[in-house]
Every structure is written in C-alpha cells, then in structure tokens.
Design a protein around this ligand. Structure first.
Ligand code: COA
Length: 611
C-alpha cells in the first residue's frame, strides 16, 4: 500500500492536508484527487479504484473551505530515506569562552533547582487532605495512577505541568487537570485528565485554557483524544472568566464536535463527577465508559434538585452508571471498577482504524558531545550567548549539520540535520534578526516547506528593538522590517510541522518570526533560563521618562519575564530541561508522524451525534 498526502490551500490561504491510500499496483503517487492535478507527479487523477479507501487529513479547525490546488507530499510506507552524510560541526569550546560557560552553568543550576521544586509541588496535587478525601472517602484512584492504568508506560509527554502556578487567583496545581500525549496499545493519544484533588476538579480559567490547548494539540497533530472526567464543572467564584467568551468553557464542546467531524477519535471515561458543563464531555465523545458508584453525569446535582423541588435524591439515582448505561444511553460501557474502565478504553483504542509500522526502522547516532553541556550553553542573558552551533551540535544525530547559506546573514543559523533519525530543518538565532538574516530565514523556511520537512526553531531573540538615531539607521530599520515581515509570512504559511524551543530570549517582533506562540507551532517549549517579555529586563531606559519609571518597569519585566511566570499562564507547552531537549524533540517528531498511519474514510461532514 502507498500513501499520498495531498496539500491544498483553502480560500483563506490556510493549508489543507489530504491523505489518500492507493494499492501497490498503482503508481506510487496515484491518489484520490477527484480529477485534480498533482503538482508533484504532474498527472491528473480522475478515477479511484473501488477497493481503495480515500482518506482526508485536515489540519484546520474550520475545514469547510474550497480547495484550489493539490500536490503529493508523502509516499509509500516502505520508503527508504536517501543516504546523507552531513558534516560534523565543531562543538568544541574556545578557552576564551570559559567564563561565559561557567556563568551560564551557575545560572542553569539555579533554574534547574526551581524546575525540580515546581515538579515536586505539582506532584502533591490539591494537598494531603484533598488526597485523603479523594482516595479514602470517595474511593477514587489518583489522577497519575489513572494514567498509569490507561497508558502503555510512563514514557508520556506531559504538557504544561506547571500551568496554574502563581496566578492572581492563587496557585492551581497543574491547572487542576493533567494533559499530555501518551501511548495506548502503541498509539499516541492526547489525554485530558481532571485532578479532583484540586477543588473537586472544578474548572478555573486556566483549566479551560489548558483543556483547549490539549484539544488544539490533538487537532493539529491528528491524535486520538481520551478524556478522564472527574469535575464539579465551573469554579463558580470565577464564572465570568470561564463562561461567556469565545475561548472559554463552551469552546471545549465546540471543539469536541469539530474534532469528531475531522475524524479525530474521542473517548471519555467518567471516573468521577461530570457536573454541569462537564456532562457534555462524555455525551459528545464517540464512546464513553462509566465507573459504577464513582461516575455520575448530571447538569445539576442532588443539592440543586433539593433546592428546586425539595426532593432528596442520591447521585447514583440521579445520574449514576446504571442509569446512563441502561436507561439514558449517555454512555456505552459499564465498568464495575476503575481498572476495568481503563481496560475498556485501551480496547476501544484498538478498534480505531490505525496501522502502525511493524517496528521503527529509524536508526540514529547519538551526538558527539554530552547533553549536559547544554547547561553551560543556555544563556543567562543575551550577552552570555555563545555560538548557537554549539547547542545544535548537542541536539543532532552524530552532531551533524548541513548548514545552509553559512556565509550570509550569519546572525541566523539555518540548515538540515536529523534528530533521533527524523530529518528536520533547523532555524536558530545567533544574534540579531537583521535584514540579511531574515531573508535567509524566509528562504530556508520555504525550502523546508517545499521539501515537507519539519522545522525546529531555536529561539534566542534580541532583548530590545533597534532604535532609529539617524536617517541611515531609519532606512536600515525599514528594510529589516520588510524582511522580517516576509519571514513572518513564510513561517505563518509553512504547512510543515513546527516546533519551537526558546533557549534564551523571547522578545519583541523577532520572536514572531522565530515561530512564537502566535505563529502556531505544533509545540513550543521553554528552557528554564528563558526570558519571555516584549523587552528584556534592563532595556527600557530609552522608552521611559524618569529613573523611577525605569526602575518600576525593570522590576516588572524581571518578574514577568521568567520562564515559570510564562508557563504558569500557559503561553507555552511547558518548561523542559536543556539536557532533555533532544529526547523531547525526538518524541514530538514521532508523535507528529503518527497521522500518516491513520486509515480512515473520507472526512465526515457532520460530527458524531448521540441520538
Ligand atoms: N465551585 C467552587 N468550588 C467548588 C465547586 C464549584 N463548583 N464544587 C466544589 N467546590 C469546592 C468545595 O467547596 C471544596 O472546597 P474546599 O476543599 O476548600 O472545602 C472542594 O471543591 C471539594 O469539594 P467537596 O464537595 O468537599 O468534595 P467532594 O469530592 O465530596 O465533591 C464535587 C466534589 C465536585 C462532586 C462536589 O463538590 C459538587 O457536587 N460540587 C458542586 C458541583 C456543581 O454543582 N457545579 C455546578 C457548576 S456550574
């Protein structure tokens, strides 16, 4: 069997990806294009053999757009990569940089300590009392133990574990909900699991944001999604920040419908309370499992019934497992205990129409230098940045890197490499994003888009905008503006997967061109030393009138630019340690690739409806 992936632009200029399957007897590129011209093989495909099942992959949430042009971008499952022998880059330090390395290392160790403290803190969930109430009184399994039962192993990618920390309305451990991507029977699936030890699993604004981000990840990477629902619905004191707006509570259900129409499978396990809005999660999922005596689904619980009618009713009678599996039909599987529910879920995932390759044939060489060196290369500030090739040499297979335009626009490093066997294009800041560097960036991003190669951005942008002190400078800034605008367009419109790692600064417009959050990378991670703010701390004097204002703004920037402040607000997919970067990137690249193995019929026009 062969797979063809077809890409087209919709009428908003967004990319639309289509996949089709063809038999060996067909030409490798033949596919269901309904008389469309493939821009790779330049032939018109007008017929679809009856034994073929065309499939459509659409990366956009709004998928009802017309298509204009097509091209094949994938090929057979049994394909063999072309041999490559990219040159090994020099990863050695100059003795003159020793003091910079040591200063960075000292800073990284402090940042790492903060990271470990945050990790310890979130592992405690809602605290001892809440854990005792959850396990002893409510007889439920803790959320991390649930994941252990659901997933193949603990080798999952947790997303934004520190979200919810240090918010104006308090510390909400892991935003009251764990999200991530783990394997079930070998298939990567997004999980969204409420932690009921955090205020009964109720949804704070940050919880909603985290759930929506996880659904986005599922859509963008076409991953099945499993919801473990154990939630008291909206956290009422903050209802105005949860309920009315576009990207608030209702969006979860909107996404569920759109995901279903996009043929992204969704399974819900009711392993606790599904109150109010939470009740729609299992009801709108394709298949739902409920746990006897633990799972309940209702719009208004027993206290509301009592207040309205005076009637006393038990949660079990009002919306328990028997009622919903035997009478209402809101759920499809009745589990007597929690472990059985996760077994059901694993079996449901086996019924999804995916065929994974037998064994990963990807071979990869380890980098020639230790990943621990990255602690001394992670810049404590922009002035402490060393040549970014030193970082690249600790991330790529065999420390190999085929640099592109090495002598032009040298403040941006671009080139091809492999990470855990996956070919990628790397775009890395190595100074200011000048006119030349931006042109080079646009060229390289388009090249990777042409070649369907995922892009990795290593972001360390300049701490302040370039000021205009003369006419010549004004002209150079205008040129730079135009070139950066082009690079932003190239990045925004590149339809290949993008992963951004902020290795230093994330400041100003340079950060947009380097695929910041607003440019929709599939994943965005921060190193703990990263600084995220429009200006770096210490660079506001030209914009302020008095010393007092400068001091005030600097203090604010210092506090707000920390990676932990940023990740607490969910402006990224999590803080990762520099030495784990290669492994995280490798996992993300594997996850992104999985969509190639989904076998499915033409996209449905309507979502799944539980009638
Ligand atoms: N908003 C704000 N806080 C809530 C809440 C809500 N909707 N639901 C529960 N809480 C808080 C409780 O006040 C309690 O806080 P505390 O730890 O500071 O005392 C904590 O969450 C745990 O609640 P508790 O009832 O003690 O735990 P439980 O495990 O026995 O029950 C629920 C959890 C969610 C099933 C239960 O609290 C409940 O039914 N809540 C009401 C749900 C509801 O009607 N939601 C409608 C939202 S529109």
């Amino acid at each position: 069997m062969f797979y063809c992936m077809l890409r087209s632009l919709n009428n908003n200029g967004k990319n639309l990806i289509r996949l089709a399957k063809a038999s060996v007897s067909q030409r490798p590129w033949s596919c269901d294009t309904s008389s469309k011209l493939c821009t790779v093989c330049h032939s018109t495909h007008s017929t679809v053999p009856s034994n073929l099942r065309p499939i459509t992959h659409v990366f956009q949430r709004h998928w009802t757009h017309q298509t204009t042009s097509y091209r094949c971008v994938g090929s057979t499952v049994r394909r063999k990569p072309l041999p490559s022998a990219f040159p090994v880059i020099d990863g050695g330090f100059q003795p003159v940089h020793k003091h910079v390395y040591e200063a960075n290392l000292r800073n990284s160790l402090i940042c790492q300590q903060k990271y470990l403290e945050h990790k310890q803190k979130v592992l405690k969930g809602g605290g001892e009392n809440a854990i005792a109430r959850h396990t002893q009184r409510n007889r439920k399994v803790l959320v991390r133990d649930r994941l252990r039962m659901l997933l193949d192993d603990e080798n999952y990618l947790e997303l934004s574990p520190f979200a919810g920390d240090g918010l104006p309305y308090g510390d909400i451990p892991s935003a009251g909900c764990l999200t991530g991507i783990g394997q079930i029977n070998g298939l990567w699936c997004v999980f969204i699991a409420n932690d009921a030890t955090v205020k009964g699993g109720t949804a704070y604004p940050i919880t909603v944001k985290k759930q929506l981000r996880a659904q986005d990840v599922a859509m963008q990477n076409r991953l099945p999604c499993v919801y473990l629902v154990d939630s008291g619905g909206a956290f009422l004191p903050l209802q105005s920040e949860i309920f009315p707006d576009k990207n608030q509570g209702g969006r979860t259900f909107y996404n569920e419908a759109v995901m279903s129409a996009m043929k992204i499978p969704q399974v819900a396990v009711v392993c606790g309370s599904c109150t109010a809005g939470g009740a729609y999660v299992p009801t709108m999922a394709e298949e739902a499992v409920i746990v006897h005596r633990i799972g309940t689904i209702f719009l208004g619980g027993p206290p509301l019934v009592k207040a309205a009618t005076g009637e006393e009713v038990t949660p079990e009678d009002l919306g328990g497992a028997r009622l919903h599996s035997e009478v209402s039909g809101c759920v499809d599987h009745f589990a007597t205990v929690e472990s059985e529910a996760y077994e059901y879920t694993r079996n449901i995932i086996s019924t999804l129409n995916f065929e994974l390759p037998e064994e990963s044939s990807i071979q990869s060489e380890e980098p020639l230098h230790s990943s621990e060196d990255l602690l001394g290369l992670a810049p404590r500030s922009y002035n402490y940045s060393l040549d970014v090739r030193l970082i690249v040499s600790r991330l790529t297979d065999g420390s190999r890197f085929q640099e592109f335009k090495a002598r032009y626009g040298t403040t941006l490093v671009t080139g091809f490499a492999k990470i855990e066997g996956h070919q990628v294009g790397i775009v890395a800041n190595n100074g200011e994003l000048t006119y030349d560097a931006s042109l080079k960036g646009s060229h390289f991003v388009q090249l990777c888009d042409q070649r369907d190669m995922p892009l990795i951005f290593l972001q360390n942008t300049s701490p302040a905008p370039s000021h205009t002190f003369s006419q010549a400078k004004a002209e150079s800034n205008t040129n730079r503006l135009k070139a950066q605008g082009s690079m932003m367009s190239a990045v925004a419109c590149a339809s290949v997967p993008k992963i951004t790692v902020v290795i230093g600064g994330c400041h100003g417009s340079d950060s947009y061109a380097m695929c910041g959050r607003a440019f929709d990378p599939n994943f965005l991670f921060l190193w703990p030393n990263a600084k995220v703010s429009i200006l770096a701390p210490g660079h506001s004097h030209a914009l302020m009138h008095t010393e007092e204002e400068v001091t005030q703004i600097n203090e604010m920037l210092e506090e707000e630019s920390s990676a932990f402040f940023s990740t607490g607000r969910l402006w990224d997919d999590g803080v990762i340690l520099p030495q784990d970067t290669r492994q995280v990137l490798g996992k993300c690249l594997k996850i992104i690739k999985q969509q190639v193995y989904q076998l499915s019929r033409e996209r449905m026009r309507t979502p799944f409806l539980r009638l």
